[in-house]
Design a protein around this ligand. Structure first.
Ligand code: PGA
Length: 229
């Protein structure tokens, strides 16, 4: 089981205090994804640390971007790619996401690649098609790489308090796995009180947690739920 905390553009908890609390929760791979400026502090605290995005080149004229080798140099273990906020607000396409994932894996980083449908796409009956296109783009670039993990995050469930039901999550995860046979995390309003039932689903291999990862006790409770499931 993997539980990753995406701090987004928030300061997040004190890394040392978080590391100390997580030491009491064995049996789960806990990952933090802080903003770039906090990566080094999280690494220094002994946390398994991922960036929130990574570029496909190792250097170049790409203002505002950070490369795989720069992350490796800091002791960072991997990166998110394709988060829906990157796709929605920064115009990242499936091919950008695939390039970022492929370069990060080739450099030796781990990758959590995010996929998920919007409410409009679900209402239009296009969930399967959308997931298929997103996952196949990643699969074509990376294959079932051993350091690749996928995250199913329905966009309508992110930051809204509306979680997919365990059955909806299971159905989507089974589809994603049938397209690319790698572990799949669920993300979208995961909280301590719904983590158990989500992670009890056979194809849910952990969680990608946003808001609830900003609080040490909430994040630890979700890690605990994962370790017990
Ligand atoms: P949320 O965010 O848990 O706050 O819904 C999840 C995510 O964006 O990864």
């Amino acid at each position: 089981m993997i539980v990753a905390g995406n701090w987004k553009m928030y300061g997040g908890p004190d890394p040392a205090a978080l590391a100390e609390r997580l030491a009491d929760v064995p049996g789960v791979d806990a990952i933090v994804c802080p903003p770039y400026v906090s990566l080094a502090r999280c690494v220094a605290a002994g946390l398994t640390t991922f960036a929130q995005n990574v570029h496909w080149e190792n250097e170049g004229a790409y203002t505002g971007e950070i490369s795989p080798s720069m992350l490796l140099g800091l002791g960072v273990a991997g990166s998110l790619v394709g988060h829906s906020e990157r796709r929605q607000y920064f115009g990242e396409t499936d091919s950008d996401v695939a390039r970022r994932a492929q370069a990060a894996l080739e450099a030796g980083l781990g990758v959590i690649a995010c996929v998920g449908e919007t409410q409009e796409q679900r209402d239009a009956g296009d969930m399967e098609t959308v997931l298929r296109i997103q996952v196949e783009a990643i699969g074509a670039a990376c294959g079932a790489h051993e350091r690749l993990v996928l995250a199913y995050e329905p966009v309508w469930a992110i930051g809204t308090g509306r979680t997919a039901t365990p059955e909806m999550a299971q159905q989507a995860h089974a589809l994603v796995k049938s397209l690319l046979d790698r572990p799949v995390l669920y993300g979208g309003s995961v909280k301590p009180d719904n983590a158990d039932e989500l992670m009890a689903q056979p194809d849910v291999d952990g969680a990608l947690v946003g808001g609830a990862s900003l609080d040490i006790e909430s994040f630890a409770a979700i890690c605990q739920a994962a370790s017990l499931s």
